[in-house]
Design a protein around this ligand. Structure first.
Ligand code: 13P
Length: 259
């Protein structure tokens, strides 16, 4: 597996700080028993709840965890102000955060986040030096009615038209078909490959100066230790975004070991 293959864990709203600490101690112990290969070939990002960020930053001192990247799951686009309950990009950076997930379908569907709102968040985070994992994907009715390509193009265009080309390389696009999230069955390899290729073509159309700035494309939706190897070998896929299977430390290490 090539360097910079992403394995991103999205814990969603799971684990308090004590549980986070226990997980990270277990992770350190399990990795000590794995071969060198398991961590070296990948970029592992843990996207934890806001309340667990400081624990994650502290636990990077533990053996084998120094290269873990710290991720958050949301961010507001304003620098500061009267936005009760929100967190700014600067607050994340100053807390030691490297990556942030934006545009997750749970935020689009459950919290009414629009393309325009997400686009403002992406710009604010990139401008502050965060790397952004932008989630895109169609729901089952959009897929059934043949609208997958239109939906994904709209979601990506709304973000990329706002960005200077030199900011685009800090973006990672996660293809997460809504119907595969938490479903127990991922999209088929052919479906993932087809949409990843489509996404890559859209991204390339925005990267006219250098092909090096084309964002990586990763896949999320029921990734597990059973299917991760096949997904990781798809030529258009540079990583995986893992929800439920990342919550169990042993299972997450099995995923890391499988690729
Ligand atoms: P599951 O891996 O639980 O399907 O969740 C995927 C996801 O939403 C990651 O962001």
């Amino acid at each position: 597996m090539h360097k910079d293959f992403f394995v991103v864990a999205n814990w969603k709203m799971n684990k308090n700080s004590a549980e986070t600490k226990a997980y990270l101690h277990e992770l350190s112990g399990l990795l000590a028993r794995c071969s060198f290969r398991v961590l070296k070939s990948k970029r592992v990002v843990l996207c934890v709840p806001f309340t667990s960020l400081s624990v994650l930053v502290e636990c990077k001192e533990l053996p084998y965890l120094s290269e873990l990247c710290v991720g958050a799951q949301n961010c507001h686009f304003s620098g500061s102000g009267a936005f009760t309950g929100e967190i700014s990009a600067n607050m994340l950076v100053s807390s030691g955060v490297d990556y942030v997930i934006l545009g997750h379908s749970e935020r689009r569907i459950l919290f009414g986040e629009t393309d325009e709102f997400i686009s403002r968040k992406v710009s604010a985070c990139l401008n502050c030096g965060l790397k952004v994992i932008l989630c895109v994907g169609e729901d089952s009715s959009e897929r059934k009615s043949g609208k997958t390509a239109d939906v994904i193009k709209r979601q990506i265009d709304s973000v990329l038209v706002q960005l200077e080309e030199n900011r685009i390389s800090d973006l990672i696009v996660a293809y997460e078909p809504v119907w595969a999230i938490g479903a127990g069955i991922s999209a088929s390899l052919a479906e993932v490959n087809e949409v990843a290729g489509f996404i890559d073509n859209i991204l390339k159309s925005y990267c006219t100066l250098s092909s090096k700035s084309v964002p990586k494309v990763i896949y999320g939706g029921s990734v597990s230790k059973r299917n991760v190897k096949d997904i990781a070998h798809l030529s258009g896929i540079d990583g995986v975004l893992v929800g439920r299977a990342s919550l169990n430390c042993r299972e997450f290490v099995d995923i890391l070991s499988a690729i």
